[in-house]
Design a protein around this ligand. Sequence first.
Ligand SMILES: N[C@@H](CCC(=O)N[C@@H](CS)C(=O)NCC(=O)O)C(=O)O
Length: 209
Amino acid sequence: MTHYKLTYFDFDGGRGEPIRLALSIGNIDFEDYRFPVSEFSSVAPTTPFRQVPTFEVDGEVITQTNAILRYVGILSGLYPEDPFQALYCDEVMDALNDILAKVAVTFRMEDEEEKRQAREALAAGPLSLYARRFGEMLEARGGNWFADDRLTIADLRIFLWTRNLTSGLLDHVPKNIVELNAPNLLAHLDRVTSHPAVAAYYARRADKS
Ligand SMILES: N[C@@H](CCC(=O)N[C@@H](CS)C(=O)NCC(=O)O)C(=O)O
């Protein structure tokens, strides 16, 4: 049997979480290697691009969230077979990577005032724009799912982004930014959270903690 190993931070979010979810939904066994953020400086040099997540397939190390996610999405039946529906998925996931990269810059800012200004500018600009566009895409694709009229890896990525933004954990970004720009993403968040396969995954996680 193929040995899969995901290496990512020890929280239930970020770029690693949709990969964990897709594997679990597909009943694919994998080693879920989680490490504390404080240990990143020792893990990073062991990875090809000094970044996580990494995904090992029988010991071969693969990088890039969306590439990994497409692969595990195919294995787990969460990536559309129809090329155009697959394109919808890819568009959303690549756009999400772009906005995450803009926010990631602010995590490296040590000066609190500089970070506050940068985050407020992001909230007023790109974060609002991306939320609006994602909301419009969802609407244009039927209102429930981002592709294929069902749960796909695109939904797994977006609902985690919405969950993060609404959690208030991103300092200096108003908690209601999604509500103001794309209220349908909040309904999407509920829809994905209550999807039986997703709910079952988090029920298993809660049992473990
Ligand atoms: N293009 C990569 C980006 C991965 C990435 O930026 N990961 C973050 C953690 S979520 C990281 O390792 N950041 C450290 C760095 O870039 O120095 C992907 O999509 O997987």
